[in-house]
Design a binder for this molecule. Structure first.
Ligand code: URA
Length: 488
């Protein structure tokens, strides 16, 4: 058995070079022993590490882009078997090029599971890091957080904090690695001990007061909360000590809220829309807009179908003008109709979470809908979502096409049946078409998956978790396709 030493736990380039050498030398997976420098357990049977000679005339190994994306994620796991798992996969791919598409293959399945665990770990780190301010000799504020991720994800998770807290100077300490941002540079250092991190600061009381105020007892779902915020993270969350007392008093407070009744009637959009005078002239002239700003403005007075009449406003797409990825939903919901922005309500939160777990920065994605007005049915105080019909989808396609022409995304992900119908011009069965690259009649590239609301509607928790994972896998695969395209 030949021992391979990697320089550190996430040494992807070291692994890649060794794997390449192994393949060229024809070394079977069981002939290699993968170790990280400094962690060797004595092994009398392992040969010293020397490069194996390539077999004369050996062909260059086949390394699909999808494998690279997967491997870069899997290598962040703590399991020492991950290096061997990746090599087995790569070895298998040489013999079966489409191996990764075989979800029932035990190694493919395991690698997907591991990648999901990593994405979840990164998501939890993004959600549960809490900075505390410390005094510095220069008098400038510096923020320090302590966090214990399950895996070696600090490098992968850190860019999110740079984007979110660009103007702050901060350090995140973990047992394996530390990340620091000085306002200009992101650097990494060895891990730290918990005692090196502050345990409280002057804004903590404020943060706790804020949490206690936003806590809504009527929306308490304890099982969902502990699933989202597992207890092992609580020790680093200043608000966690309030959870017990607040949840114990939740029923009492909820009863009081019901008794008190609403303080003012909700301002419903239908009534608003009736009060608002219609624009004198539909500004939408049928000429293709020259910019997204122009398109957004023209769409405000769209009369291409009847949905404008009861909706509060047109909800146009949002995102960078040159986004490589476009996500298309169905239509704005109640929240989106009031806010004037797509995916800001419950489905939007689900989408945000999934994007984050799939490591897709929402800020780099153009997000829009097949239909730009909220279609609903008033029911008492509520406005119940109604699926847009084929003529409404067809009427609104003009706007979607305008957005596509302006943004020119390299890939479009249709979220659900209405979006797919808008793009393909025909009805599709999501279960049959999802998760594969399709061509649009005009040559665009399309990837279909479910709508996040579908996940919200599933009654059974197990199915919900399973479908959520599939949703993330679909999004991640679409994103990897784009990353792959960038490398060619
Ligand atoms: N559902 C959608 O399809 N789009 C939104 O913007 C919100 C919910």
């Amino acid at each position: 058995m030949r021992r391979i030493r990697l320089a550190h736990q996430t040494d992807f380039s070291g692994w890649r070079d060794a794997a390449r050498q192994g393949l060229l030398a024809g070394s079977a997976p069981e002939a290699l022993d993968w170790r990280v420098e400094g962690e060797d357990a004595p092994d009398l049977f392992a040969a010293e590490d020397h490069a194996a000679a390539p077999i004369p005339g050996a062909e260059a190994p086949r390394v699909p882009r999808a494998f690279i994306g997967l491997a870069e994620t899997v290598i962040l796991h703590r399991d020492p078997g991950r290096f061997a798992l990746l090599y087995r996969l790569l070895w298998g791919i040489q013999r079966q090029p489409r191996l990764l598409e075989d979800a029932s293959h035990p190694d493919v399945h395991l690698a997907e599971q591991v990648a999901r665990a990593i994405r979840r770990d990164i998501h939890k780190m993004h959600a549960f890091v809490r900075f505390r301010e410390i005094a510095t000799p220069e008098g400038e504020p510096h923020f320090v957080a302590w966090f214990e991720p399950d895996n070696f994800i600090v490098e992968a998770a850190a860019p999110f904090f740079v984007r979110r807290f660009t103007g702050m100077r901060w350090t995140i300490l973990t047992p394996d690695r530390a990340a620091a941002w000085d306002g200009e540079h992101l650097t990494f250092a060895e891990g730290a001990r918990r005692e090196q991190a502050p345990t409280s600061d002057r804004v903590e009381a404020l943060w706790r007061a804020y949490y206690a105020n936003i806590f809504n007892p009527a929306r308490l779902k304890l099982a969902a909360m502990t699933r989202e915020m597992p207890k092992r993270y609580w020790k680093n969350l200043p608000e966690a000590e309030l959870i017990g007392p607040l949840t114990r008093r939740a029923t009492e407070r909820e009863d009081a809220m019901v008794k008190a009744g609403p303080t003012r009637p909700p301002a419903f959009a239908a009534a608003e829309a009736r009060r608002r005078p219609a624009p004198a002239e539909p500004v939408d002239s049928g000429t293709r807009p020259g910019s997204l700003g122009e398109a957004r403005e023209a769409a405000q007075s769209c009369r291409r179908c009847g949905l404008w009449e009861h909706a509060t406003q047109t909800v146009f797409g949002e995102g960078p003008e040159r986004a490589r990825l476009m996500l298309v939903g169905e239509q704005p919901g109640d929240r989106e109709d009031l806010a004037g922005a797509p995916f800001v309500g419950p489905a939007g939160r689900m989408l945000d979470r999934a994007l984050e777990e799939a490591a897709i920065p929402r800020g780099e994605v153009y997000v829009t809908n097949a239909v730009k007005h909220f279609k609903f049915e008033p029911r008492g105080k509520f406005r119940l979502h109604k699926t847009p019909d084929a003529p409404e989808i067809a009427a609104c396609r003009w706007w979607l096409e305008s957005e596509r022409a302006l943004v020119r995304p390299e890939l479009i992900v249709a979220l659900g049946a209405s979006a797919a119908q808008a793009l393909l011009g025909k009805r599709v069965i999501i279960g049959r078409e999802r998760g594969q690259l399709m061509s649009l009649p005009d040559g665009g590239r399309l990837w279909i998956t479910v709508h996040p609301s579908y996940l919200l509607r599933l009654p059974d928790e197990a199915a919900k978790a399973r479908e959520y994972d599939r949703f993330i896998a679909d999004l991640g695969a679409a994103w990897r396709l784009l990353q792959g395209a960038a490398q060619t």
